[in-house]
Design a protein around this ligand. Structure first.
Ligand SMILES: NC(=O)c1ccc[n+]([C@@H]2O[C@H](COP(=O)([O-])OP(=O)(O)OC[C@H]3O[C@@H](n4cnc5c(N)ncnc54)[C@H](O)[C@@H]3O)[C@@H](O)[C@H]2O)c1
Length: 335
């Protein structure tokens, strides 16, 4: 039985804690959330885990690993402490909003030798994984370009936007990661445009709510990203990959898998509303991958360096948007 602690009892912490508590190989031992008493007590009641301060968790020699699902501004410090304590880590994205910190933490975690899985859950979704495997096997032929759409159901509140690091680091980072995952190579050029077209509160917070990003890979292949904070019908999360023998489409997952036809036409249900519902299976698969990482050293689909590389692209997109110029990325590029 693997013993774990979870940091953060908020929105995603509740998902990971429930998955850990339900996993037959995990004993969720501790919950750490010094900020939200209500959230941590509710989660303790639901999972049977004990609420403790961070020091107790890191000092427990029997503890195998930690899940970092707390606010973004805590990730870097908790990753460093986990590395120093020799605990395996499952950490949510992003590593930090400051790129130099991302680099330093990545180096420290890698040097420590701890096992680390980064929370790019889309890699664990069966549909995205199918596309990746079909491309990687050569069955689809040569991948030439990818088009991705990520539109949230509705803009987040201004309080969230102000702490999020902006749409590229907060939301589009999953698409930057997916681009690298499907291409199987690094990105050479990033060109981004963005604006606040939806919500004046987002503009007032200094962020954007609509963006288009064009990526060119090292070998000259393309990715077009469409990112947005609103879709009138719910969560819009799709992808198409053009290969020379096949086009692979990942469509939205409907809430109901039945289409009703009548004289007025064909009526299908709206897509699953947001990421917690849409990626419920992926979050479970991610927790199982963390178990495999600890028990058998099976490499995770995303590690800490993938977090750094996706963020490098987010930083380049911010620079490109501000300068209205494409940004050439080289391996050591930083903002
Ligand atoms: N991969 C994904 O799909 C996904 C989805 C949502 C959020 N996230 C990421 O997960 C993180 C949390 O997001 P959220 O939406 O759950 O936020 P949230 O605000 O709902 O929850 C964050 C929790 O962390 C707690 N916290 C603050 N400081 C802490 C500390 N020092 N130690 C322990 N707990 C602390 C807060 O009290 C709060 O309960 C963010 O970094 C976010 O980017 C990832």
């Amino acid at each position: 039985m693997i013993e774990l602690a979870i940091f953060g009892a908020g929105r995603i912490g509740q998902v990971h804690a429930a998955n850990a508590a339900a996993h037959p190989s995990i004993r969720l031992k501790y919950i750490v959330d010094p900020v939200s008493r209500e959230a941590r007590d509710n989660l303790a009641a639901q999972t049977g885990a004990r609420v403790v301060p961070a020091e107790t968790a890191f000092a427990d020699d029997a503890l195998d690993g930690v899940i970092i699902a707390s606010s973004t501004d805590t990730h870097a410090d908790l990753l460093m402490r986990a590395a120093d304590a020799g605990k395996a880590v499952f950490c949510e994205k992003p590593i930090s909003l400051d790129f130099e910190t991302v680099r330093n933490v990545t180096d420290h975690v890698e040097a420590s030798g701890i096992a680390c899985l980064l929370g790019f859950q889309r890699r664990y979704d069966s549909n995205f994984r199918f596309v990746r495997d079909r491309i990687a096997s050569g069955q689809a032929g040569q991948l030439e370009h990818i088009v991705m759409h990520t539109r949230d159901p509705a803009p987040p509140p201004r309080s969230y936007v102000e702490r999020s690091g902006g749409m590229f680091r907060d939301q589009a980072i999953h698409d930057f990661d997916m681009a690298r995952y499907l291409l199987g190579e690094e990105i050479a050029t990033v060109y981004a445009v963005g604006n606040a077209l939806i919500d004046p509160e987002i503009a007032a917070a200094g962020d954007i709510d609509t963006a288009m990003v064009t990526l060119t890979s090292v070998s000259g292949r393309f990715v077009q990203m469409v990112n947005c904070r609103r879709a009138p019908f719910g969560y819009d999360q799709r992808l198409e990959a053009l290969c020379d023998r096949e086009v692979l489409y990942v469509e939205n997952r409907p809430q109901r898998g039945v289409t009703i036809a009548d004289a007025g036409g064909f009526h299908s249900s709206a897509p699953m509303n947001y990421f917690i519902e849409r990626f419920a299976d992926a979050y479970r698969a991610e927790m199982s991958a963390f178990v495999d990482l600890i028990e058998t050293a099976s490499p995770p689909l995303a590690g800490i360096r993938d977090g750094l590389e996706a963020q490098r692209l987010a930083e380049a997109a911010i620079v490109s948007m501000k300068t209205r110029m494409p940004v050439d990325i080289h391996p050591g590029w930083q903002p």
